[in-house]
Design a protein around this ligand. Structure first.
Ligand SMILES: [Mg+2]
Length: 373
């Protein structure tokens, strides 16, 4: 019987964001390591728990930072709409939130627009954690980019690694507008169709996990959810490179059924620096370890590629599937700013009720999400 996650949204929203952050932090310690260097340092099984040697907490990287700013932008935009009655696309305020993130990285991002992100007041977020060059250069251009106004040909994973809150918040709507908006948010910084496909697919997977119908037998297993999402995205999104994307995802699904080692399988899927490989590695690990999120993230980070991003996306999917309660305390307690990540997830849950119940708009809420007017 498929779990009804809408009844316990807080558990699954928190699971998605905390899972992504645990995968990110686990992988950030080995982001630029070859596989041999990982096993030399951590033993033949690779890194299996947080490396706390550099600080008291496991450090999150730009993947989690930008994920939090995606959520902040979505909620600031929805609050603006609720207060003014003016409907705006999510990407508008997500863009402003990304400019705020850019400022946290030491760049004078925007002089005229007001800051909209309460997250800028969190000291631990005012740090550089190997931020992606594509995100920085696109945002520094000073012009909001979109699907129709590309800025580069990058298919780096910097867009898909931060998209999870969009799937959590807007998922469950089986319309083309949902997929297009996921791609528009990615297109703020990355212009290659393979990045667009990746953003659409991860949003759709997370949306289906949370809002998938409880009587859908197909959704008793994660592979059923993922196969439906792939079919949907590849059918509805009509961009170049669609076949290549589909092939890469099905390769991951097929590899998850064999009994070779994870290192062999993951290596066959690529290194995860580019979006279609990041998604393929995350999907392989999530399907293979659907009921053991930590083991899935361990598989997602122990390779010679972009370990924090593959860990983050695998963690988003596995966390949405299993819920927050499935994560061992030793991981949650040792994670940097886990309180801010959890608070953001709870706000996303409350925000989904904004238009049903204006009581969400308390003074505390407005202090966080009504900074732009
Ligand atoms: Mg990173």
């Amino acid at each position: 019987m498929c779990v009804d996650r809408i009844k316990d949204k807080e558990n699954y929203f928190k699971g998605c964001l905390i899972g992504g952050a645990i995968g990110d932090a686990l992988g950030y310690a080995v982001e630029f390591y070859s596989y041999d260097r990982i096993t030399d340092k951590y033993g033949p099984q690779g890194i299996r728990k947080f490396d706390l040697s550099r600080s008291e907490k496991a450090l999150i990287s730009d993947d989690t930072q930008m994920t939090l700013f995606t959520a902040n932008g979505i909620l600031a935009g929805e609050t603006y709409s609720a207060l003014t009655g003016v409907e705006i696309a999510p990407r508008e305020f997500v863009y402003k939130a990304y400019l705020d993130w850019l400022t946290t990285q030491g760049y004078p991002a925007h002089k005229t627009d007001k800051r909209i992100s309460w997250l800028m007041g969190i000291p631990q977020l005012l740090t550089r954690r190997a931020p992606g060059n594509t995100c920085i250069s696109s945002l520094l251009s000073g012009e909001k980019r979109s699907l129709s106004k590309p800025i580069n040909t990058s298919k780096g994973c910097g867009a898909v690694m931060r998209i999870a809150p969009f799937g959590l918040f807007y998922g469950g709507k089986d319309d083309d507008g949902f997929l297009t908006e996921a791609m528009e948010i990615g297109a703020l910084t990355h212009s290659h169709p393979l990045s667009h496909y990746a953003c659409a697919l991860v949003s759709d997977i997370i949306g289906r996990i949370i809002y998938g119908k409880s009587n859908n037998e197909n959704y008793d297993t994660l592979i059923g959810v993922i196969e439906d999402a792939v079919k949907n995205v590849c059918h509805k999104v009509r961009l170049p490179y669609g076949e290549q994307f589909e092939k890469s995802v099905y390769k991951a699904i097929n590899l998850s059924k064999n009994d070779r080692s994870d290192v062999e399988n993951v290596t066959e899927l690529g290194e995860g620096w580019v979006a279609e490989e990041t998604v393929a590695i995350a999907i392989y690990c999530a399907i293979k370890y659907q009921n053991d999120p930590i083991e899935g993230m361990i598989a997602a980070v122990n390779h010679g590629g972009d370990s924090d991003s593959t860990g983050a996306v695998a963690g988003n999917i596995l966390g949405a599937w299993n819920g927050y309660a499935a994560f061992p305390k030793e991981f949650v307690n040792n994670l940097e700013i886990s309180n801010v990540i959890e608070e953001t997830a709870v706000d996303l849950v409350r925000g989904t009720d904004l238009f049903k119940d204006f009581k969400v708009l308390t003074a505390d809420w407005l202090k966080k999400y009504d900074l732009c007017r």
